[in-house]
Write a protein that binds this ligand. Structure first.
Ligand code: GUN
Ligand code: FE
Length: 455
């Protein structure tokens, strides 16, 4: 019989499709030395009793207690790691003012590696404790501190995709916080890519360098072009902000006479490994370009409520074939939890569909067919994020990484309202999605390694 590194037994929830959640009741998950799910075994399968017989009681056999469940680890497609230091503050002012008066000053402090270490260790710990096993990070313009964030992810076992942010445009960035020149921005990015690729070799879960023009306004044409070339040369992921706010969208129209999507594409910044945050003003031509190039949208529902006053039409974009994942956008979004963001995604979509202006007749409120279910929000936080990154993560299925959060619904201090021992598992799933708090996340595993435990 094949020897597995570990075998897990328990009931799991995983996305089958955006609308459908698959329930794997009392399954066995057989994990290989690389931390990948090699075999998923149902109780009715012939080898189930054989496997159980040979692993049960062994040190590498893990069995969930009653009231505990496996969920895939969350994939957060948009985190500004340095902004963790200001989470929850200054959300009452517009994006442009927020960037200039709060965000750029705090990000400029990451030239201080001691400060950077304190914030970065805390944000990685916090995300892991909230069930986020993979995170796509913006760091700052500083090459050294950005590399430190990748090292912290490597050491703590999180699958971190990290970008040294490029902001070389002297017209749009303050003197106290920008790249010294276009040339140094590109040189630092290249050095950063090489260093993170080297670091990745010593990790099991992988860490990845990401080409990161902050957004079009912050970069010169030469920087955008050079970054597209670096991404192609080193086959890296790419991230940026796209069509986020009225102000930003208007700026790109004035500069290029086209929408962000087409401008980014001209510079080689769209593709299978590209993730664009926000995308509130994507029109159907932009959506078609995203689908054609394999570019993913990162939906940031909490942040969008504050800075864009907007809800993106998830259902419409899915119908157009666009890949979509979920992002906290710390600290434009105040919460480090993708549970919170999944809940907001559903709530925002309901408001878009049903409208909120009761002065209008019901038939004139809202946008039809906009609502999404909690199943779809779960998909965005898991499988959708994995597809957006083109990595085998976000599903509990064969040939995917064992990236898991175990949820304890019976914790004495944070018990979920499950009073019926035979409760329908679809209902249990919904209660988990709506009611779980960080205390209920008992353990977190990445690539077959335990990286967080509440005990
Ligand atoms: N656009 C450019 N930079 C930022 C940022 O830090 N947060 C958000 N939400 N939008 C941006
Ligand atoms: Fe952002």
């Amino acid at each position: 019989m094949i020897k597995y590194a570990q075998v897990f037994q328990g009931t799991a929830f995983t996305s089958e499709s955006p609308k459908e959640v698959k329930i794997l009741k009392d399954y066995l998950f057989c994990i290989n030395d690389n931390g990948m799910i090699e075999k998923v075994v149902a109780p009715e399968d012939a080898d189930y009793p054989v496997l159980l017989n040979s692993y049960e009681g062994a040190e590498n056999f893990h069995h969930l207690a009653e009231g505990q469940y496996f969920l895939p680890g969350f994939v957060d497609l948009h985190v500004h790691a340095p902004q963790w230091a200001q989470s929850g503050t200054a959300l009452d002012i517009p994006l442009y003012d927020w960037l200039n008066t709060y965000t750029f000053p705090i990000e400029s402090k990451f030239s201080d590696l001691e400060f950077a270490k304190n914030v970065y260790e805390d944000v990685v710990n916090t995300l892991l404790a909230n069930g986020t096993t993979t995170a796509l990070y913006f760091a700052t313009v500083h090459k050294e501190a950005s590399f430190m964030l990748a090292e912290i992810c490597a050491n703590k076992g999180q699958r971190g995709l990290v970008g040294k942010v490029v902001m070389d445009n002297p017209d749009q960035n303050p003197d106290f916080y920008r790249d010294a020149s276009t040339q140094t921005a590109l040189e630092d990015t290249e050095e950063f890519i090489i260093a993170v690729k080297e670091l990745a070799k010593s990790t099991k879960q992988g860490v990845y360098p990401v080409v990161t023009p902050r957004f079009i306004p912050s970069c010169t044409d030469d920087a955008l072009k050079g970054l597209g070339e670096l991404a192609a040369k080193y086959d890296t992921h790419i991230q940026s902000h796209c069509s986020e706010s009225d102000w930003e969208h208007g700026y790109v129209q004035d500069r290029f006479q086209k929408n962000d999507a087409f401008a980014l594409n001209d510079f080689g910044l769209l593709g299978d490994k590209s993730v664009m945050a926000h995308c509130n003003f994507l029109d159907d031509d932009d959506a078609h370009l995203f689908a054609e190039t394999g570019t993913a949208v990162c939906h940031c529902p909490i942040s969008n409520a504050y800075f864009a006053n907007s809800v993106i039409p998830i259902a419409h974009l899915h119908a157009k074939g666009v890949e979509i994942g979920l992002g906290s956008d710390i600290s434009g979004g105040f919460s480090p939890s993708l549970f919170d963001n999944a809940r907001q995604a559903v709530i925002s979509s309901r408001m878009l569909e049903d409208g909120v202006n009761t002065a209008l007749p019901a038939s004139e409120r809202g946008v039809p067919n906009s609502r999404i279910t909690i199943n779809e929000a779960f998909y965005l936080a898991t499988a959708g994020g994995g597809e957006g990154l083109s990595l085998p993560i976000g599903r509990l299925a064969e040939n995917y990484a064992w990236d898991v959060q175990t949820i304890d619904t019976k914790l004495a201090t944070a018990k979920l309202p499950i009073f019926n021992a035979e409760e329908d598992l679809h209902d249990v799933f919904q209660k988990i999605m709506y009611l779980v708090r960080p205390e209920n996340i008992r353990e977190v595993w990445v690539q077959g390694e335990k990286v967080h435990s509440r005990m």
